[in-house]
Design a protein around this ligand. Structure first.
Ligand SMILES: Nc1ncnc2c1ncn2[C@@H]1O[C@H](COP(=O)(O)OP(=O)(O)O)[C@@H](O)[C@H]1O
Ligand SMILES: [Mg+2]
Length: 383
């Protein structure tokens, strides 16, 4: 069962794992199932399609939660993921099978975002999460021990500290593994038995935990990391891979950025900045052109900088710009509010990227109709 937190204090117990403040309105970043509780409840109430065992919603309702839509009673479901419907359908239906889901893509393509929302919609709990790093221990995937209890009473179920994956198996819920390919190969391999046999042996106790129906796992991996710790073919076979693409058009990307900036701005209590759409379009255009190595009219080749210029970077540049405009400007998002952020995102390597940026600034930005203010603002911060 998911840990239910009913009191208003953090859990101080030594064996309780991370102490966790109560979910609530004041959390800096509420989990998806808290932030969108009203939408999830409306979907559950009106969803009369069959639900796989232990799913909170039918696959159709999960897809609607992700893609947005209007329910029969008029409730608006906001789109979380903006992209091809088919991608979402394949991802959701995979979770209803015995194969796990691997979300693959370049950084900033909403892999983590989609994984969190899928877990929230399917299981009502997006917190059964393992973060993959080069230092992720096997205990993070299997189980660990509470050493005080282990020493006092010997190995027992009481002394065992289950991993998020083990808890998901026991509860028939969705586990999440972030950045799967960054974990050491032997830790990745611990997932093979879990995903193929659907059991987790505990040799110390002569026991095992069998996955309950409803258990599945969503992993994310950055395809730029490929080669760091390549997935073994045995493990890869346990997954259906869904590749998340970069937004196809400028308009689609502008929509994603505006929507997210609006949400983030509200959660940070930033006043709404009118007229922001022009600056958003500009940031998105600059990032796309530098990423593609080509201007949007297809006429001029440009060099690409070393770093990633994804939708996620555009979102953070615009959010920072809004904070500048709100606190130090006149509340209107202007070129001067985004210029420094754009420069910071583009120039990661101070030598090579600066040359790329200067060239783009002088050959593309300077010549473009209506971009004079932006050009000046960029010149000012680039000097
Ligand atoms: N297609 C998209 N639809 C909705 N949001 C997106 C999309 N692409 C990027 N984002 C936004 O970009 C941000 C970063 O995404 P994230 O999931 O952290 O990327 P990744 O894990 O792929 O590196 C999130 O706030 C997400 O809302
Ligand atoms: Mg991620």
């Amino acid at each position: 069962m998911p840990v239910s937190v009913a009191t208003t204090t953090v859990d101080p117990s030594p064996e309780g794992g991370a102490s966790r403040p109560v979910p609530g309105a004041d959390a800096l970043r509420p989990h998806a199932e808290e932030a969108f509780a009203a939408e999830l409840a409306a979907l559950a109430a009106q969803d009369d399609r069959p639900r796989p065992p232990r799913w909170k919603l039918s696959p159709w309702a999960v897809a609607t939660y992700l893609l947005g839509g209007t329910l029969p009673d008029g409730t608006e479901i906001s789109p979380k993921y903006v992209g091809p419907r088919r991608i979402v359908e394949v991802a959701v239906s995979t979770l209803a099978t015995d194969r796990a889901l691997l979300l693959l893509g370049v950084p900033g393509t909403a892999k983590t975002w989609m994984s969190e929302h899928l877990a929230a919609a399917v299981s009502g709990d997006s917190t059964l999460l393992v973060q993959g790093t080069a230092g992720t221990p096997e205990e993070a995937v299997r189980y660990g021990w509470n050493y005080a209890r282990l020493l006092a009473h010997g190995p027992s179920r009481d002394a065992l500290v289950p991993s998020p994956v083990m808890r998901a198996m026991a509860d028939g819920a969705t586990a999440r593994v972030e950045e799967l390919t960054r974990m050491p190969a032997d830790v990745q391999d611990a997932l093979i038995t879990i995903l193929s046999e659907k059991t987790l042996p505990i040799p110390e106790l002569g026991q095992e935990v069998q996955a309950v129906r409803g258990f599945n796992l969503i992993a994310t991996a950055n395809d730029r990391d490929r080669g760091v710790n390549d997935l073994s073919s045995a493990l890869r076979r346990r997954f259906n891979t869904v590749v998340l693409p970069l937004p196809e058009t400028t308009e689609a990307e502008v929509e994603i950025v505006s929507r997210r900036v609006d949400q983030i701005g509200r959660s940070l209590d930033l006043p709404a900045a009118p007229g922001g759409i022009d600056e958003i379009r500009r940031v998105v255009t600059v990032f796309r052109e530098l990423r593609d190595g080509l201007t949007s009219d297809g006429r001029t080749k440009v060099k690409s900088p070393s770093g990633t210029l994804s939708t996620a970077e555009a979102i953070s540049v615009v959010t920072n710009g809004l904070a500048l405009a709100a606190h130090f400007g006149d509340g209107v998002l202007r070129p001067g509010d985004v210029a420094a952020g754009v420069l910071g995102a583009v120039v990661r390597d101070p030598a090579a990227d600066r040359v790329v940026w200067q060239e783009y600034l002088e050959t593309v930005v300077r010549e473009r109709d209506g971009w004079t203010d932006f050009y000046r603002a960029c010149r000012e911060v680039s000097a």
